[in-house]
Each structure stands twice: as structure tokens, then as C-alpha cells.
Design a protein around this ligand. Structure first.
Ligand code: FES
Length: 553
């Protein structure tokens, strides 16, 4: 069975179990109306889940879910995992043992000794006869619900619609168990009142064929056998993991990360597990289930030794337009030394997970804008540091708003300079139009700011802007927390040179003719110049705009 089939099977099983649980809790909530209403609901509930089809679906799902959980526990190369996964695993592994008491007392008792399990008898046992058992059962249901909700959340959270639906789903997730608990309490009180009537309990036990002592002993034995078998399976998995580790010996593969960090991981671990083992931050929004693509890495060395990606991995990589040397770290198990470059920042949000963007570095046609505040160094010399920072921050806020307002990405603020990218998510022509709109807005914004700060300034603020368009390699670059989307290449150098040329031409804006052509700007009235650049055979043809606000639209 392929990994895709296994995943689908697990998902289907989880869905059946969560549906069962939601209906079960809903049935409990009917206790808020009355015990009779609760019982009427149970009739429909058992009609569904005790039918042949319902039985097969429920117990089939339970078996599949449990067996696959144990199998995945065996397959995991490392038990290091994020906190939420620890909680999810812990709750899931505890559930079969916790549920055994209730399942044997209801379903198995009904099946093996013909004992009926109406709410009246079950609530009598849990609320009146043995309240600690009632607490146990309520806790077990809460754990099962929490386990299901965590699974659902981590399955749905990269869907584009999920952030909008999440508050509503959270409301349902909290309301349903709360109502179920209140329904149970209400039914408990009703049953306690009924139990005070002489003969009511005896009649109830007789009419529902409550298990006799010998039958109860047999049911306890069944429960114990199940618990023993489950415990044996769990221990078996852990022992098998240990044996596998010994069998693999001390053989380790070395996974090399940027900046020379190396993790020696036992053979058989995925790259993501190696990262976790070495304490290297590594994005994994779906928790290593091969769904989100955020763990993707570029294999810098050792690609030829890797086995080919399986179908599910191929599909995810194709969805994000990954290059041939890119693999999902959570699905790739290196068999020899390997060097990788994680392509997604560890702090990526789920909503960005499947965005086929430039995060992994790719060449794009885009517009690059550079801007600089004229004479700022001179101005800063005559001011207190506090004033310099104040003016600069006002300036950055002004130009930053102009850039993002036009649809660009302001990605670098250095000194009094700014670099911005346009067209990362749009066509090159649209990127050029955005860049020119931003240039106009920046010039207008700086003029307004200069007017506002006039009493503080010896001379008015003036800006110089250069814009060029062409191919550039765009990607997330940096280190540690300082990761940002930026671009490198000749187009960037030319844009920076055009910004410097604004000093030569004593103007606010210099644009390359390529930008004007792509943006559809009529340049007939704009002075034309040619700028020679080092390492370029041909000069760049530019148009000079005295005041950016006057640029023809
Ligand atoms: S962690 Fe989500 S695909 Fe690897």
C-alpha cells in the first residue's frame, strides 16, 4: 500500500471516529431537555452505529486508526517532535486504554450478554453508584474530543478559508463538549431523583438485563485481555524500534546545513528528523505529514544518492513549483552524507504554506526601485542622534506606506536608502506600473513630510529614485531571525545605479526605458540619456523625470 493510500485510509478512519464522537456528545447534550429526549436520541444513535454497516465503519475505523498510529510510531526515525505532536500522540495512545472500560460496559455487554445500555442505567452507574467513574468517563470523552480537534486543526490549517472559519470551529469545539457535560449532569440529577423511588433501580436493572456477577466477571476478563494486548502491542513497537536501532548499528549520515552546521543522524531518519535531532529550526507546518511543503530543502550535495520522491511528495513539490533539486525534508531519508539548504523560514505561517512563491529562490521578471534621501548625511551631522532617528523613521514610514500602497515589497532599509520589489506576485508590466505609482507617491509623501518638518530642517528633504526592470533571482535570504524576501542580479545593480544618477541629472526620478515601455508610459516629453555601466556592453537608456509627481501616467 502506498503512502498516499495509507494517508487516505487514516484520514477516512479519523473522520468516522470524529463523526461518532460528535454525535455521541450531541446525544449527551439532549440530557439538557430530559432523560427521555436523551434516550430518544440514543435510539437513532444506536440504530446507526449498531447496524452492520455502522459497526463495520466504527470498529473498522478504530482498528485502522490504532494500527496506523502504532505503525507510524514504529516508522518514526526519532521521537523528538514539537510539543503539539507530543500532546497529540500522548492523548491518542492513552485513549484505547481509557475507553476500554466504557466500551466493554456498554457495547460489548450488549453484544455478549444481551445487556441493554439505556442512558438511565449508564447514568445511574456513573452519577449515582460510582461518581469517580463518571469523572473518569467525562475526562476520557474530553481527551478523545481534544485529540480529534487537534488532528482536525492540523489537517485543515493550511486551507485558505481556515483562518476565517477557525473562530466558528473553535466555538463548536468548545460548545459541544460543554453542552454534553451539562446534559450529563442534568440527566444525572434526574436519574438520582428517580432512583430514590422504591424499586426503581431493581426494575431498571432487571428490565435492561444488567450483567449478573458471572457475566460481569467475564466482561472484566475481556477488558483485561484487551488492555494486555494493547500494552503488548505498544511495548512491541518500542522494542522493535530498539532492535531496529541496534540492527542499523552506529552507522550515521551527516546532514550539512548552511553555515557549516552538521548533524550526524542515524541512518533511516528523515532530513526533518535530523534537523530536530540537531536542534536546527526547520519549518514543518503539517508536522512532517508531507502535506504542507514548508519543510522543503534544496539538496546542495548528495542528490544522486537519494531514492526518487514517492507520488505524494512529487505532487506536493509540483504544487509549489519546486525545482528538481528540491525535496521534502520530512519525506526524504538520506542513505549517505548530504548537504541541504532549508528553503522556508522556520516561522512561516500555515496560511503561507502552499503558496507557490519565490521563497525557494527563482528567477523572475520584476521591477526594482532604489530610493535615497539627498543630503541626509550632512543634515545628520548637525542634529542630535534622537532627532536623526525620529526624522528617518518618519521618512521610512512615508516611503514604506507608498511602496506597499502601490503593491510593492519594501525589503531593505539601509541608512537613508530603500530598496523595493514590484511584480513578485504580478506580471512584469503590472510591476512596472506599481513601481512608478510608488515613485510618485514617495515623492509626494516626502514633499509633504518636508513641509511638516520644515522648522526642524535646514534644507527641504529631497529624494532620488531609480527604477529598472528585468530578470532577478528572488528569494528569502538572510540568517536566523533576519530572513527577508529580496532580489539579486544585474537588474538590482542597474536600479541602484539609476538612483545614483538622479544626483548627476539633479532630478527626483530616473527610469530605464524598459520600465517606461513595460508600464506604457509616454516618454516623448522626458529627456533621454544613456548611462554606461561596468560589465555591460551596452549603455542603459534612461528617461529623466525632474519631479516624480509630474511623471505622465
Ligand atoms: S512538514 Fe509538511 S510537508 Fe514536510
Amino acid at each position: 500500500m502506498s503512502t498516499v493510500d495509507v494517508r487516505r485510509l487514516r484520514l477516512a478512519a479519523s473522520f468516522v471516529l470524529l463523526t461518532y464522537l460528535a454525535l455521541h456528545l450531541g446525544n449527551h447534550a439532549l440530557g439538557l431537555v430530559s432523560l427521555d429526549t436523551m434516550e430518544a436520541g440514543r435510539w437513532w444513535f444506536t440504530a446507526l452505529w449498531r447496524s452492520t454497516l455502522g459497526t463495520l465503519a466504527l470498529y473498522g475505523a478504530f482498528t485502522v486508526h490504532g494500527v496506523l498510529a502504532l505503525w507510524l510510531l514504529y516508522r518514526r526515525g526519532s521521537l523528538r517532535m514539537p510539543a503539539w505532536e507530543v500532546v497529540q500522540y500522548g492523548l491518542g495512545l492513552a485513549l484505547p486504554a481509557l475507553l476500554a472500560i466504557h466500551v466493554v460496559a456498554t457495547r460489548i455487554a450488549w453484544w455478549r450478554v444481551g445487556a441493554d445500555d439505556p442512558y438511565a442505567r449508564i447514568v445511574l452507574g456513573l452519577w449515582v453508584v460510582g461518581p469517580p467513574r463518571g469523572m473518569w468517563q467525562a475526562t476520557t470523552l474530553a481527551i478523545a474530543w481534544l485529540h480529534g480537534c487537534i488532528g482536525l486543526h492540523y489537517w485543515l490549517r493550511f486551507r485558505p478559508w481556515y483562518p476565517r472559519a477557525a473562530p466558528w470551529l473553535l466555538g463548536v469545539a468548545l460548545l459541544l463538549p460543554a453542552l454534553a457535560l451539562l446534559g450529563f449532569v442534568s440527566a444525572g440529577r434526574e436519574v438520582a431523583a428517580l432512583a430514590r423511588a422504591p424499586g426503581w433501580v431493581e426494575t431498571l436493572l432487571r428490565e435492561t438485563h444488567a450483567p449478573r456477577p458471572a457475566e460481569a466477571t467475564m466482561l472484566v476478563a475481556i477488558r483485561q485481555s484487551f488492555l494486555n494486548a494493547y500494552l503488548a502491542a505498544l511495548v512491541g513497537v518500542l522494542v522493535a524500534r530498539g532492535i531496529r536501532r541496534i540492527a542499523r548499528g552506529r552507522a550515521a549520515v551527516r546532514v550539512t546545513y548552511p553555515h557549516g552546521r552538521v548533524v550526524a543522524a542515524p541512518r533511516g531518519l528523515t532530513i526533518l528528523e535530523a534537523s530536530r535531532l540537531g536542534g536546527i529550526p526547520h519549518a514543518s507546518v503539517c508536522g512532517g505529514r508531507g502535506r504542507c511543503s514548508t519543510c522543503r530543502v534544496r539538496v546542495v550535495n548528495g542528490l544522486a544518492d537519494l531514492s526518487l520522491p514517492h507520488e505524494a511528495e512529487r505532487r506536493v513539490l509540483a504544487r509549489v513549483g519546486a525545482a528538481p533539486d528540491v525535496r521534502l525534508a520530512c519525506q526524504t531519508r538520506p542513505v549517505s552524507d548530504i548537504a541541504v539548504l532549508p528553503l522556508v523560514v522556520p516561522s512561516i505561517e500555515p496560511g503561507d504554506a502552499m503558496t507557490p512563491d519565490a521563497r525557494q529562490g527563482r528567477e523572475r521578471e520584476l521591477a526594482v526601485l532604489f530610493a535615497d534621501l539627498r543630503g541626509f548625511t550632512r543634515m545628520a551631522e548637525n542634529k542630535l542622534p534622537y532627532d536623526v532617528v525620529f526624522v528617518l523613521n518618519r521618512y521610512f514610514a512615508t516611503v514604506g506606506a507608498a511602496i506597499t500602497g502601490a503593491g510593492g515589497i519594501a525589503n531593505q532599509f539601509t541608512g537613508d536608502g530603500v530598496m523595493a520589489l514590484f511584480g513578485v506576485d504580478a506580471e512584469p508590466a503590472a510591476g512596472c506600473r506599481q513601481a512608478l505609482a510608488a515613485a510618485r507617491a514617495m515623492a509626494e509623501g516626502v514633499a509633504a513630510l518636508s513641509h511638516e518638518l520644515a522648522p526642524e530642517l535646514a534644507t527641504p528633504m529631497r529624494i532620488g529614485i531609480g527604477v529598472h526592470t528585468g530578470p532577478a533571482v528572488v528569494g528569502w535570504m538572510g540568517w536566523g531571525e533576519s530572513f527577508y524576501l529580496t532580489a539579486v542580479g544585474d537588474t538590482v545593480h542597474v536600479a541602484a545605479r539609476l538612483e545614483q544618477a538622479t544626483k548627476d541629472y539633479d532630478c527626483e526620478l530616473v527610469i530605464s526605458e524598459d520600465v517606461a515601455a513595460r508600464a506604457g508610459v509616454d516618454t516623448a516629453s522626458l529627456p533621454r540619456h544613456e548611462i554606461a555601466l561596468r560589465n555591460r556592453a551596452r549603455p542603459v537608456v534612461v528617461r529623466v523625470v525632474k519631479r516624480a509627481a509630474d511623471l505622465p501616467t
